[in-house]
Design a protein around this ligand. Structure first.
Ligand code: GLN
Length: 310
C-alpha cells in the first residue's frame, strides 16, 4: 500500500516528537564561533518523494551550515568534470573507521584517502574541481542551486572565514596530500574552495530537494532534468551507505538502514532509492559528529514507513 499524505504527516510528527527527546544529550559543534552559538533547541525535517510530493515538520525552512553534506555535491561535480576519469585513482571507496579529520591513515596509506567523504578525500575531490574549473566555488554553488532548484542558496562568508582561521587540521591534511603527490592545485586555493563548500547555508527543504536526483536514478523529479546517469546515482548512494557517517556508519546502517550523509552543522541528508530524499537537522551532535536527534528521526522514519535498503 503506498503511503498517503496523511500517513506521511503522521509519521513526520512522530519523528519530530521522538527526535526532540534527544535534544540536551549532545553538544553543538564548537570549533568555530558561528556554529558554537547556535540555539541547540531546533529540529527540522523535510521529505521529498520521487513523485514530487513534499512533507515538512519543525524548523524545516531555517538555514543551517551544510558542512560535510557538501562533499556529496562536490563528488557529483568532480565526476562530471573533465577530471572525472582520474578520481578513483586518487580516492578510495572504503570506510575509514577513523574520525573524519584524522591524519593517521593518510600517512600510513601513502596519501590515498579511504573515501571522498572524509576530509582528506573531500579535499582531493575539491582539488579535482579547482584544477578543472576557472571558478571552482561558483561551479559548486551552481550545482547545488541546480540540484535544489533554488537560486537563493548562498555561502555564509562568516562561517567560511572562521573555517579558514581555525582550519589547521585541514591545512595539515592538504599539505600532507601535497607532499604525497595527491594534490595538484595550490594548497591555499583548494582549502579556500573547501571552506566555502562547507559554509553553504541551506534549509532542510533545500537539501532534501537537492538529494532527489539520487533517489530518482539521476533525474530530477521537480525539474525533469537528468543530472547524472542512473549508474552514477547508484554508486554515490553506495558510498553514502558505506562512508556517509564516518566511523558511525556501521551503527547508522544497523539502526536506520538508509544511505545518508551527515555534517557537523547537524544536518543529515538521506536517500531511499525509488522513494524519498530526506533531510533532518538538529544541531546537537554525538561524539562522532553526527546529529543525535537527526539520527533518531531517521530511525523512526525507517521503522514507521518500513522502508530501508535492506
Ligand atoms: N568544516 C568541517 C571540517 O572540515 C566539516 C566536517 C564535517 O562536517 N564533518 O572539519
Amino acid at each position: 500500500m503506498p503511503l498517503t499524505d496523511r500517513d506521511l504527516s503522521t509519521i513526520l510528527d512522530d519523528c519530530a516528537r521522538e527526535a526532540r527527546k534527544e535534544i540536551g544529550k549532545g553538544h553543538v559543534a564548537d570549533y568555530i564561533p558561528a556554529l558554537a552559538r547556535i540555539n541547540p533547541d531546533q529540529f527540522g525535517m523535510a521529505v521529498c518523494g520521487v513523485d514530487g510530493r513534499e512533507w515538512v515538520v519543525g524548523d524545516s525552512d531555517s538555514s543551517f551550515s551544510i558542512q560535510s553534506i557538501s562533499k556529496v555535491f562536490t563528488l557529483a561535480l568532480a565526476l562530471q568534470s573533465p577530471g572525472a576519469s582520474g578520481v578513483w585513482d586518487r580516492v578510495g571507496r572504503e570506510p575509514s573507521g577513523n574520525a573524519f579529520n584524522s591524519l593517521v591513515q593518510l600517512e600510513s596509506e601513502q596519501g590515498l584517502p579511504r573515501n571522498p567523504f572524509i576530509n582528506a578525500g573531500a579535499i582531493v575531490i575539491t582539488d579535482v574541481i579547482t584544477t578543472h574549473f576557472v571558478s571552482p566555488v561558483l561551479q559548486i554553488l551552481g550545482l547545488v542551486r541546480r540540484y535544489a532548484d533554488c537560486e537563493d542558496i548562498y555561502i555564509d562568508e562568516e562561517v567560511a572565514r572562521s573555517e579558514e582561521e581555525s582550519g589547521h587540521r585541514n591545512a595539515a591534511i592538504a599539505h600532507l596530500l601535497k607532499s604525497q603527490g595527491n594534490l595538484v592545485a595550490d594548497v591555499d586555493d583548494v582549502l579556500a574552495a573547501y571552506y566555502r563548500q562547507c559554509s553553504i547555508a541551506m534549509t532542510c527543504r533545500d537539501v532534501a530537494r537537492a538529494f532527489l536526483p539520487l533517489a530518482a536514478g539521476g533525474r530530477h523529479p521537480l525539474t525533469g532534468e537528468t543530472l547524472m546517469p542512473a549508474l552514477r546515482a547508484k554508486r554515490i548512494n553506495s558510498l553514502l551507505l558505506t562512508c556517509g557517517l564516518y566511523d558511525g556508519v556501521g551503527n547508522f546502517a544497523f539502526r536506520v538502514g538508509i544511505p545518508a550523509k551527515s555534517g557537523v552543522g547537524g544536518g543529515i541528508a538521506a536517500v531511499i532509492p525509488g522513494h524519498f530524499a530526506i533531510c533532518v537537522w538538529s544541531p546537537e551532535l554525538d561524539e562522532l559528529g553526527n546529529s543525535l536527534a537527526g539520527t533518531r528521526a531517521l530511525e523512526i522514519f525507517a521503522q514507521e514507513t518500513n522502508l530501508s535498503v535492506f
